[in-house]
Write a protein that binds this ligand. Structure first.
Ligand SMILES: [Zn+2]
Length: 345
């Protein structure tokens, strides 16, 4: 029996969207420049090797299956909106200085800031705050004063989830086969699954725009969590949580500021099938098909067919000159035959 370290012991929390939430393991893990978490490596027997490897975030891992054309066009529209807006002249000046500098990273950062200013990320920020509030509620922490904006969201969340018991809240989970890491919002107890009889489900709160993620990406995301173990960032220990149902997960759709929470079952068995597709696509992206440079040499068969297709004797003579040293007695025979045919009245 493993003793669970209580990650909520630490008094210093994290402030998100003006709301303090407890520190999570995902806050503690070291990350590389791209934000990928370093996870303590285990060998095939499950023993820690003493090394750390970067794992892929679950959302990134499953990303490749989605058709992102709609969302990227939306992002482009937000960018244009930002560039034409009040702060447009300043953005454009900054952009042109970065373009000449060849500083890809800084330019990408500027694009992100312009989109944010155009309101692209506003809802995401509100969503983070709603996450923090519901987390404080589920952990039984004091709620302090809640902005009017979120009060209705919290009420609807409490109402929607009143028959559920959250057994894990915001715990970092890893899948060592896929080398993914991510934090589902809850592992929740509810009525047993009709198929497996298990009463525990991955539960995720979705506060973003409904069209920001597809149904399939949600199913994939929850299925990866259902196939993951809880990771203790301090010790590197993998902890098997309660066995969760691998058929269904629960999504609580609560667009931030809407005050309307809606529960949905999500088919994570199909989600897991799609994760296997994601694995293949990710592998495919790392395959390099061979490419070998070569210099073309004359194709002797081609010369004969060109001779046979010639319609005049001077065409055949031109071919003879063109191919020079590559012209063989075989070509001469073909030329003689063709000339005989052309000469016939
Ligand atoms: Zn089940």
């Amino acid at each position: 029996m493993t003793t669970l370290r209580d990650p909520y012991e630490e008094s210093s929390g994290v402030i998100v969207g003006g709301i303090e939430r407890p520190t999570r393991d995902e806050d503690i893990v070291r990350r590389d420049k791209k934000g990928r978490p370093y996870i303590k490596e285990i060998d095939i027997l499950g023993n820690l090797t003493g090394r750390e490897v970067t794992y892929t975030r679950v959302t990134t891992y499953i990303d490749c299956v989605d058709d992102k054309s709609a969302i990227s066009r939306w992002g482009e529209r937000q960018l244009v909106k930002g560039l034409l807006g009040e702060r447009g002249p300043r953005w454009r000046a900054e952009a042109s200085s970065l373009l000449t500098d060849d500083k890809k990273f800084n330019l990408n950062d500027l694009i992100k800031r312009i989109k944010e200013a155009a309101g692209a990320e506003d809802r995401a920020a509100i969503g983070t705050a709603v996450h923090a509030i519901t987390e404080r509620y589920d952990l039984g922490l004091e709620l302090a004063i809640i902005d009017e904006l979120y009060a209705a969201d919290l009420v609807s969340y409490i109402e929607a989830t009143k028959f559920m018991k959250h057994v894990y809240v915001e715990r970092l989970m890893v899948n060592d086969d896929l080398q993914t890491a991510g934090t589902p919002d809850r592992i929740t107890e509810y009525l047993p699954c009709e198929v497996c009889g298990i009463p525990y489900y991955i539960f995720d709160l979705k506060t973003g725009r409904v069209d920001a993620y597809t149904q399939n990406s949600q199913a994939m995301q929850l299925s990866v969590y259902a196939h993951s173990k809880i990771y203790d960032a301090a010790t590197g220990q993998r902890i098997q949580p309660v066995q969760v149902c691998l058929h269904k997960g629960i999504i609580c759709a609560l667009p931030a500021g809407s005050g309307r929470a809606e529960l949905q079952w999500v088919d994570i068995a199909t989600g897991w099938d799609l994760v296997k597709v994601a694995t293949q696509v990710r592998r495919a992206r790392n395959i390099k098909a061979h490419r070998i440079p070569f210099v073309a040499v004359p194709n002797l068969h081609l010369i004969i067919s060109q001779v046979n297709e010639a319609n005049a004797i001077n065409e055949i003579n031109a071919l003879r000159v063109q191919y020079g040293q590559f012209w063989t007695p075989e070509h001469t025979d073909a030329a003689d035959r063709r000339i005989g045919q052309i000469d016939k009245p």
